[in-house]
Design a protein around this ligand. Structure first.
Ligand code: NAD
Length: 528
């Protein structure tokens, strides 16, 4: 069933290799003579291209080009900007299979995980194209006294937004946030993750083909601490998705520069299973929650709490389903678990599981690297008996590892779920909707899915998505996800009477009038 590495190597689609080669060439042409980083195909560990390391000077030049294009772009009517998003939507769907090949080549993820990114980008582009213009139009707001003050709220673009993206969802996280930023009239300079710059380059190419002015979206590839840091020093706003450690550094620099920074960071997401949950659906949900994208998903579940009455039955069925998952290096939709991204991620997963095992946790399923499938494969793994003091207890593993434990009552479940420095996402399973909603409101996480692993909240792009506590600042999706790329401006025009004493009017009399007016306004519903 599982293909040995040699066979996969021969099967790496020629078309995807060409795509990777073209994307790498485009980046090298943009930054001739710079040092390079090798890009690896995790399925086999072989090099598939080289990307240049853009230095601070290159970043400054990219920002200057983007700034010039931004002025022209912001002057275009909103509906023209929205139309470009819809063309991008269509291009992504038309190029679906090439993008999937490239993403799989660059990340080693399973195709069914990769396809989620195509769907996500289509949903996001459509949403902002159809709903964004309404949110961005000038809005009338209430003045102090009706008719006397006419107040308008305007939304201006910030300028050049620097997007810094991680590798785990190389399409979604490179361009998903760019879409609302562009609609709002901004330019983008994108620093993709080192491992996935080719997918990002392909996506930027499609964006430019959607009718954007030359230079509006620039890509600067390279190392985080060099290229990424240079972008943080120069962009007008930063949109960062990645680890909490780097997010803290970026927040500090953005704070010093007083520029906006939205930060989508790590998680250690809990799932609560109540005894009345629909059993089969919950088992399926738990598998997707823990092992989608081999667990390399910021909203993946790493802590699973099951009500004591259901615990044994749940663990048996969850273990059986996990053991049966199809793990392989291939390009078919049948495969359920792909490779990890690379050596560093594999080492982290191994360290977490080995540490837990050494300190007394039980490995129920998995717990092994699978070099026979590819250099960075790791089996989906279920642990029990994970305790404070183990790496897997509080630290984000970001791999196919989930710790299962039982709880006695809902209070204990809520306490356990909230006992984390992170607060990104959570999942609750129960047939009692009212009870699940009541628990949801008490969880300190930016999103909660009820009877779903993670995608109900993620795909609801009309609603904000992001993290509490160490999981971030700001929100993507919905109106918040658009407004973070704007500066609001309030324009208030005073008419007929000044908001002070009339010429020659004694001030004490003005104060009496004002007091009477305030008493009146407080009582008239339409004026409040
Ligand atoms: P990372 O923080 O190491 O890197 C993310 C990006 O930041 C990369 O492009 C990297 O080159 C760049 N970078 C690194 N150091 C930098 C610096 N000093 N200045 C500027 N840029 C710098 O994260 P990663 O390992 O690529 O991704 C995994 C992490 O991302 C996990 O913690 C995961 O939970 C998190 N993540 C969060 C979300 C979310 O939406 N909340 C989404 C995906 C991933």
């Amino acid at each position: 069933m599982n293909r040995p590495v040699e066979q996969v190597r021969n099967r790496l689609p020629q078309r995807a290799r060409e795509l990777a080669g073209n994307a790498a060439r485009r980046l090298r042409d943009a930054f001739p003579g710079r040092g390079t980083l090798k890009v690896e195909a995790p399925f086999t560990g072989e090099a598939i291209g080289e990307i240049p390391i853009a230095i601070a000077e290159d970043v400054a030049a990219a920002i200057a080009r983007a700034r010039r294009a931004q002025a022209e772009w912001a002057a275009r009517p909103l509906l023209q900007r929205a139309a470009a998003l819809l063309r991008f939507h269509d291009l992504v769907l038309n190029h679906r299979d090439e993008i999937l090949d490239l993403m799989q080549i660059e990340t080693g993820k399973a195709r069914r995980d990769a396809v989620e990114e195509i769907v996500d980008i289509a949903i996001t582009a459509r949403y902002y194209a159809y709903h964004g213009p309404r949110l961005l139009r000038p809005r009338r707001r209430r003045g102090l006294i009706p008719l006397l003050t006419r107040v308008t709220e305007l939304r201006h673009p910030i300028g050049v937004v620097g997007i810094i993206a991680p590798w785990n969802y190389p399409l979604t996280l490179a361009v998903g946030d760019a879409l609302p930023a562009l609609l709002a009239g901004n330019a983008i300079v994108l620093k993709p993750a080192e491992a996935t710059s080719l997918t990002a380059s392909f996506a930027v190419d499609l964006l430019m083909r959607s009718g954007l002015p030359a230079g509006l979206v620039e890509i600067v590839s390279g190392r985080g601490e060099l290229t990424g840091a240079a972008l943080v020093e120069a962009a007008d706003a930063i949109c960062f998705s990645g680890s909490t450690a780097v997010g803290r550094q970026i927040a500090a620099r953005a704070g010093a520069r007083l520029v906006h920074a939205s930060l989508e960071l790590g998680g250690k997401n809990p799932m609560i299973v109540l005894a009345d949950a629909d059993f089969e659906r919950t088992i399926d949900g738990a598998v997707r929650a823990a092992f989608t994208n081999a667990g390399q998903l910021c909203i993946a579940i790493e802590r699973l709490y099951v009500e004591a009455a259901l615990y044994d039955r749940f663990l048996d069925a969850f273990a059986a389903r996990t053991r049966a998952l199809k793990i392989a290096a291939d390009f078919s939709y049948d495969t359920e678990i792909g490779s990890l991204i690379g050596a560093e991620q594999l080492a982290k997963v191994v360290a977490h599981v080995d540490d837990a095992r050494a300190k007394g946790a039980r490995v129920v399923v998995g717990g092994r690297a699978r070099a026979d499938l590819g250099p960075y494969f790791y089996e989906p793994t279920i642990l029990t008996g994970v305790k404070p003091g183990m790496l897997a207890c509080n630290e984000e593993t970001f791999g196919p590892v989930v710790a299962v434990a039982s709880f006695q009552n809902v209070e204990e479940a809520i306490r356990l779920a909230n006992a984390s420095e992170y607060g990104l996402s959570a999942s609750i399973w129960s047939r009692d909707s009212a009870r699940a909603h009541a628990i949801a409101a008490r969880l300190n996480t930016g999103t909660v899915n009820i009877n779903e692993a993670y995608s109900a909240a993620w795909s609801a792009v009309d609603a904000p998505m992001g993290g509490m506590k160490a999981s971030g600042l700001g929100r993507r999706h919905g109106r918040e996800g658009l407004y973070r790329f704007t500066e609001s401006q309030t324009v208030a025009e005073q008419r007929l009477l000044p908001l002070t004493a009339l010429p020659g009017q004694p001030f004490a009399q003005f104060v009496r009038m004002m007091t009477a007016a305030l008493r009146l306004i407080r009582r008239i519903p339409g004026l409040r």
